[in-house]
Each structure stands twice: as structure tokens, then as C-alpha cells.
Design a protein around this ligand. Sequence first.
Ligand code: SAM
Length: 247
Amino acid sequence: MQQHLDPVLPELQEIWQQTLSWQPTARQQANYQHLYDEILKGNQQLNLTRITEPQEFWEKHLWDSLRGIQPWLSQPEGTVLRVIDVGTGGGFPGMPVAIACPQWQLTLLDSTRKKIAFLEAVIATLELSNVNTQVDRAEQAGQSQQHRQQYDLALIRAVATASVCAEYTLPLLKLGGTAVLYRGQWLAEEAEALELAVERLGGQIDRVDPFTTPFSHSIRHCVHLKKVKPTPAIYPRAIGVPTQKPL
Ligand code: SAM
């Protein structure tokens, strides 16, 4: 019988170091391989990702997830941040971040129960003790005592337009906390529309961080929103309203 070999992720330590001034330990590398294996298995039942080739998975899921938190990666060990990944899907960017930053407390939020059930099984297999999950809509989580104004960082990738992402994430942040919106192209008009929305939500655009991915050379942007005032109680609005009537 022919032996089946699982695809192996590249290590690329030099590229991690050059681009993010960080490298995974052997244990973290093994966990990334486990995560990759589990996603490939999970993909047979759930539509988790179309990105399955090893180098593409490394670039578009692992590297991209960590590129968004680069400014916080080099914080001294022992810095405990509470972080939420809104609309985590197959666990991005939250799972790679949880593996890279074992001292942080991660919450992975998604409205799809099946995806969260999948992630719970992966978290147990990888024995990650710093991650918890929540099946909920961002609109509800943002109005709940358990999540509102509880996080230092809120990450959001491929979930909605920028102003909707702002309405989903800013209510979840503590004062002084940051939302990182993972975006592709970024145009001046988008920034203008976002600025108005962010102001109403008690935030400001702190920084737009452009970068090029190491292999496919795609241009991407991380938009950082800082919470400078409490978010008015009416936000986030009821389920579906942020997308139907964006701010
Ligand atoms: N963030 C992941 C990534 O970048 O690979 C997944 C992106 S996937 C295209 C969008 C995910 O957001 C889906 O899993 C969906 O269930 C979730 N989602 C969309 N709107 C949501 C909401 N209002 N509250 C919670 N989750 C939401």
C-alpha cells in the first residue's frame, strides 16, 4: 500500500526574522504544523479555507496573521494582553497569534457554531491553555458585560467593510486599546468614510501600516484604530444593522 505523506510546512526561520524580527521555537513550529494538519482535515467537512498549499498557507495564514500584531510581538515576556479575534472562521488570525504569544489570553469569536466546535477540538489537540472560544454575533458580544470594553487588542480579518469592522471591534476594547483591521488594498476614500464612523464609536485612526507579503508580493494594509473615548451605548447596533446601514 502506498504511504500517505501529509504536506509539510516550510520553516523559513530567516524570513520570519527578517520580516518580523521574530522566530518560532521548535515547539511553536510543531504547533503550526499541527494546526495546518487539522485545517486540512477539517476542510473535508467544513469550508474553512481555499488556501491549502504549504507555502501559501504559511504566507497567507501564518505570516499574515502575525504581521498584523508585529508591533506587539516584541513586547517583553510576561506582558499579558487580552485579545479577541472577531469572525475567526478557521482560526485566523487568532490561532497563529495564540501559538506565538502563549502569555496572551485569546478569545476566538464566530457566529458559526460548527467552526467554533472545530476550533475547540484543535485547541484541545494542541493543548493550548491561553485560548477560549465563543459562538456569538459581534453585535451581541459588543453589548454583553462579558465582552464589552474587556480587550486590549481586537483583530478582524476578512469579515466586513472597514466601517462595519470598526463597529464590531471598538465596543469590545478597553480605553486605550487597539483594533487591527487586516485589509488588502487601502484607498484614501475608504479612510475618509472610516474616519467618520470611527469618531462616532469613540475611536480614531491611529495608523495605516502598508506591507508586501514575502512570496506573492501582494500589497496589504493593517489599519489600527485606537479607542480614545467610551463607545456610546447604542453601538454596536442590533444584529444585521451594521452591515445594512453602515455608519
Ligand atoms: N477571519 C478568518 C480569516 O481571515 O480566514 C475568517 C474569515 S470568513 C470569510 C468570515 C467569518 O466571519 C465567518 O466565519 C463568519 O461566520 C464570521 N462572521 C461574519 N459576520 C459575523 C458577525 N457579525 N459576528 C460574528 N462572526 C461573524
